[in-house]
Write a protein that binds this ligand. Structure first.
Ligand SMILES: [Zn+2]
Length: 359
């Protein structure tokens, strides 16, 4: 099959064609120069690496009501918020089924990876592994140890199942706890991440000590804080729809100006569908609404490209011959491919390489 139109990857957006054999790229080049002699199925559209959902809490996906209109603490705070009451009052089986439904939806929409903050300690991480089963999705679980002070044994057991640790915030965990956790992660080649400056500003010298592999939100960070984070080269996952439900909005144009490596996530399953297409559109439109526009290219990098380096699979952020890394083909206008991906992409416009030519 040949896709003629545009390629969007780490080398930037460009016109061209991609010849595919299943998921494997066998040729790329200028339109009209392919070697198929016109014998193959031809589609006009955009080829892009598959997106990665860089921040989820899939554990509460089985909570299916309208979320309460309260503060962050009332909705997702431990232990009394609606989320934690759901987690403690729901059977493992139901939780697994909610998580599986969310994972299946992501997979159907072409999301090829997810970075999840999983509460409930070792048991929580195990439930998510069970929910993920053999779904074709590169899922990284960042678990959360339950006991304080941190116990080495619990940490060890948790890290045997999880890919790292995702903490609530630097405010809620003292420095000694953070250091102990970060060094255990580092010793095992695992990741240490935390939420920061969500409801109110926290100091970079707090949340950057010890240096995390990933920060989440930075909603209340100043321009100076963002510059500090950019210099420290710590990527930040942002979740604008989730923030909006609490009446907040990150200023992504400041992230872009500061050169923060930004990733896009959909946050709690109880708040939003885990759809990056919805997140992308909302992120773009809400910034324009406040006269603080971000470039489509910034959001494309956040959803489709930058996460692959974080996952340790940088080759997946490029469309190149000889590779069968996860990628998507969209039947979308190719004139301004980054804008098309941000503002027009939906699951229905994905072309499946195996699917027969439509009538
Ligand atoms: Zn979160």
């Amino acid at each position: 099959m040949i896709v003629e139109g545009a390629i969007v990857d780490l080398d930037g957006p460009r016109r061209g064609y991609v010849r595919l054999d299943g998921q494997r790229v066998i040729e790329t080049g200028a339109i009209g120069t392919d070697s198929s002699h016109g014998r193959e199925r031809r589609v006009r559209g955009i080829v892009v690496p598959a997106p990665v959902n860089a921040h989820t809490h899939l554990g509460d996906s089985g909570y299916r009501q309208e979320p309460p209109r309260g503060s962050l603490a009332e909705v997702v705070g431990a232990p009394e918020g609606a989320k934690f009451r759901y987690l403690s009052g729901t059977t493992s089986r139901e939780k697994v089924s909610g998580m599986r439904e969310a994972l299946r939806r992501m997979s159907r929409e072409g999301t090829a990876g997810a970075i999840d903050f999983r509460e409930e300690g070792l048991a929580g991480a195990r439930l998510l592994r069970r929910a993920a089963g053999k779904l074709p999705l590169d899922l990284r679980i960042l678990g959360r140890p339950l006991r304080r002070p941190v116990e080495e044994r619990e940490l060890e057991q948790l890290l045997a199942v999880a890919d790292g640790i995702g903490l609530s915030s630097a405010r809620e965990e003292d420095r000694e706890t953070r250091r102990k956790i970060a060094s255990a992660c580092k010793a095992q080649g695992k990741r240490y991440a935390l939420h920061a400056s969500e409801e109110s500003r926290e100091l970079p010298e707090e949340y950057l000590d010890p240096l995390p592999d990933l920060l989440v939100h930075l909603l209340s960070a100043t321009e100076e804080d963002l510059a500090t984070v950019a210099r420290a080269q710590v990527p930040v996952a942002v979740c604008p729809r989730s923030n909006a439900l609490f009446g907040h909005a990150p200023d992504l144009s400041a992230f872009e100006r500061a050169g923060v490596t930004s990733l896009l996530g959909t946050d709690n399953g109880m708040l939003n569908a885990p759809s990056l297409f919805r997140e992308l559109e909302f992120a773009y439109v809400s910034q324009r609404l406040r006269h603080r526009g971000v470039s489509p290219g910034f959001l494309v990098r956040a959803a489709f490209l930058s996460p692959w380096a974080w996952l340790g699979r940088p080759e997946a952020a490029r469309i190149q011959p000889g590779h069968d890394t996860p990628k998507l083909i969209f039947r979308l206008p190719v004139e301004d491919p980054e804008y098309s991906l941000v503002a027009r992409a939906t699951e229905q416009l994905i072309v499946r390489p195996e699917s027969p030519r439509p009538a």
